[in-house]
Design a binder for this molecule. Structure first.
Ligand code: CA
Ligand code: CA
Ligand code: CA
Ligand code: CA
Length: 261
């Protein structure tokens, strides 16, 4: 009887023990296991975050570089086309048309305005014979954010031949340098034409250096550029902005034709 009791007790105890063991097993993880899993998953998340932000930065940098290049190409395309029209004259206006002012970093010129379907002088008549267009390109901080932008200013010549009613427009942002290098019809190249040379310019070598809106750290620095006249436009040391440089030779066909004829 006592032996039976012991046996029954032993059986009951072993039942209880194995139930407790199962209960422990059902809990799933120990604290150490949990902490280990947490550490691993946060490490994986940190790596994933790093990869994501790095890819995001690369994407943004590429996008910004493409934007900068597109803006400059578009500006240069427009400027080339307009400069080819410099001095264009249908012969019915009162004012002499051509280059008005030529500096190494700005340029102003005029052409006949009786062809473009616009009332350039806002006198209520569109494309009347004496209508003119003046255009200038220069650098100024157009949006007031601390760096220069490439500006196109349009107006017209009044009866006295003065430039008036100018309207400004930004062609490209963050333009650091621009150079107009002039070739006179006798083959002389100059950055500052005399008053006589001003009327005899046949070509303009245009150089423009632009930079990204934001600094792009992993893109590196130390790029060197030289303008058409040979001026060094070196990237300031330690500066991590991305830069883009373009130069183009533009033949002023209307002026060349007028000088030749
Ligand atoms: Ca008009
Ligand atoms: Ca017009
Ligand atoms: Ca600016
Ligand atoms: Ca800017």
């Amino acid at each position: 009887m006592i032996t039976e009791c012991y046996l029954i007790n032993g059986f009951m105890m072993s039942m209880t023990f194995s139930r407790q063991k199962r209960l422990y097993q059902n809990v799933g993880f120990t604290l150490i296991e949990l902490m280990f899993a947490l550490a691993i998953s946060s490490m994986i998340m940190a790596v994933m975050f790093k990869v994501f932000t790095s890819q995001q930065r690369t994407f943004e940098a590429q996008e910004e570089t493409v934007d900068m290049q597109d803006d400059l190409r578009a500006a240069l395309y427009l400027m080339s086309n307009e400069l080819r029209m410099a001095g264009y004259n249908t012969g019915s206006g009162n004012n002499p048309l051509g280059i008005i002012d030529a500096q190494n970093n700005s340029l102003q010129f005029s052409m006949s305005g009786d062809w473009d379907g616009k009332d350039n002088d806002s006198d209520g008549t569109t494309d009347e014979p004496e209508e003119t267009i003046t255009i200038s390109y220069s650098l100024t901080d157009y949006d007031g954010d601390g760096d220069d932008d490439l500006i196109r200013t349009t107006g017209y010549l009044d009866n006295g031949g003065n430039v008036t009613a100018e309207v400004q427009q930004a062609l490209a942002e963050n333009v650091e340098k621009i150079e107009f290098y002039y070739r006179v019809n006798d083959g002389t190249d100059t950055l500052s034409p005399t008053n006589v040379q001003l009327k005899l310019i046949t070509n303009i070598q245009l150089s423009i250096l632009t930079r990204s809106a934001r600094s792009i750290n992993h893109m590196g620095s130390g790029q060197n550029f030289a303008s058409a006249s040979g001026v060094n436009w070196n990237n300031p040391s330690g500066d991590s902005y991305r830069r883009y440089f373009m130069t183009k030779n533009i033949f002023l066909r209307n002026i060349a034709l007028a000088i030749g004829g």
